[in-house]
Design a protein around this ligand. Structure first.
Ligand code: NDP
Length: 399
């Protein structure tokens, strides 16, 4: 059917590439392009032999001109931005210049301020519409599947959703005292920022890790979880009419938080550059360099993830509660695609989002968050491509 250009070759991109190759009817060809081409070439060796043709390229996605040249050469139907959030705008610019559909899994973030906001990308709405192309924002798990779950709950189970609690539990154990499951810089920026949630039309801000709950996760058991700001809250607050409150909770072990507190106390999580031996370095980037590479955690990680949404609202005048979630097993993911579940749960929805655009199943022109599209074909694809969902009508609630 067509061709995708994957930008980035980390944990998420690798899973997406595997999944595209499994889905060769849609992805006849993929080009994997990243800053370090040797990583793309190593991945290609693992992927070769199937029906999907795999090529590789070098690109620095911070430079629009380089991206335009690559897209013009490769002529993909969709660009899958699976690099880092810092590259979102340059890649969107290149897609505009070449009239190519765009997809990502994380919203744009300026390198010097840890802000998770959509305003920079939403500013492209008119230009994408005029160019007759689609930008699908947030096609990972959270954001991503959580938005699809919300649209599905609204379409099939509620007249009005009043409360959404998004619960992200990673009960995986990699055996290291401290490591992050995806890009450490992005992960630590996310958890050391203030928390916030949406209530009655406005943001309520909390101190980092101020709100803690214990939740009994299906197929996992009791875990401590903490309220964080998370980017999909911003778009869901706009796209779910009548919503009263949206919160996001993520589980962290005591050991993880103790290490993080210590690193914070000594200044290692700062994104403010400091001078070291005559050179400017960003402490958090240095920390990333000494921590285990998330890709290396795959073979060591055991246990499961459970990510989902608890909805409360009204159906036919009555109160209703509904919980939609996916449980993923780290070892099973590693066996299938050589990555643990955190990359897997992001890479699979990235492939599905690209499929929705390539097949024309989702064809609005402009810049859209994932919950703005019809959730049904995506929900079906989740079951087919490795992230089956489960539902419960009587879940434990979060107070
Ligand atoms: P990794 O750090 O493993 O991979 C990032 C990749 O991007 C690397 O291959 C890196 O290249 C490449 N890259 C970085 N800068 C550039 C550049 N300037 N030009 C070209 N390539 C570049 O990250 P992950 O795979 O874990 O995460 C990928 C994305 O997915 C991130 O944006 C992350 O925020 C998002 N994510 C989303 C989730 C969701 O549920 N929505 C969950 C988890 C992650 P190099 O190898 O040279 O460093």
């Amino acid at each position: 059917m067509g061709k995708a250009l994957i930008i980035g070759c980390g944990g998420v991109a690798s899973v997406a590439a595997y999944k595209c190759c499994q889905n060769s009817e849609v992805f006849e060809e993929i080009c994997i392009a990243s800053r370090t081409k040797s990583k793309c070439d190593a991945l290609k060796v693992k992927l070769d032999g199937g029906k999907t043709k795999v090529t590789t390229a070098q690109v620095d996605a911070n430079h629009v001109e380089e991206l335009i040249a690559l897209i013009e050469k490769e002529k993909p139907d969709v660009v899958m931005n699976l690099a880092l959030p810092y590259q979102d705008l340059t890649i969107m610019e290149a897609c505009l210049a070449t009239k190519t559909n765009y997809l990502d899994t994380a919203n744009y973030e300026p390198e010097d301020t840890a802000k998770f906001e959509y305003k920079w990308q939403w500013a492209y709405r008119e230009r994408f519409k005029e160019a007759g192309i689609t930008a699908l924002l947030g096609s990972g798990f959270d954001p991503g599947v959580t938005g699809v779950f919300s649209a599905y709950a609204l379409k099939h189970h509620f007249d009005e959703i009043e409360y959404i609690d998004i619960l992200d539990c990673n009960a995986g154990d990699h055996g290291y005292p401290f490591a992050t499951n995806f890009n450490p810089e992005i992960n630590i920026r996310e958890v050391s920022a203030n928390g916030s949630y949406w209530e009655n039309g406005k943001w309520v801000e909390t101190k980092p890790m101020e709100i803690k709950r214990v939740y009994n996760f299906p197929e996992i058991g009791e875990r401590d979880m903490y309220l964080l700001h998370h980017e999909e809250i911003e778009s869901l607050a706009l796209n779910i009419p009548g919503i009263k409150r949206i919160r996001f909770f993520m589980t962290f072990s005591e050991s993880y938080l103790t290490h993080l507190k210590c690193l914070e106390n000594v200044g290692m999580t700062s994104i403010e550059p400091i001078e070291f031996e005559g050179k400017q370095i960003v402490p958090l980037q240095f920390l990333k360099a000494v921590l285990p590479d998330p890709a290396s955690l795959g073979p060591r990680t055991k246990g499961k993830t459970n990510i989902g949404c608890i909805f409360r609202g009204k159906k036919d005048g009555k109160d209703k509660t509904y919980y939609l979630y996916n449980v993923c097993d780290h070892e099973a993911c590693y066996k299938e695609v050589g990555s643990q579940a955190v990359s897997y749960t992001t890479g699979v929805p990235a492939m599905i989002g690209a499929m929705m655009l390539m097949t024309g199943t989702w064809d609005y022109k402009g810049v859209y968050n994932i919950e703005e599209f019809d959730p049904d074909p995506f929900m079906e694809a989740l079951n087919k491509w490795g992230l089956p969902w489960k539902e419960s009508f009587d879940p434990e609630l979060v107070d």
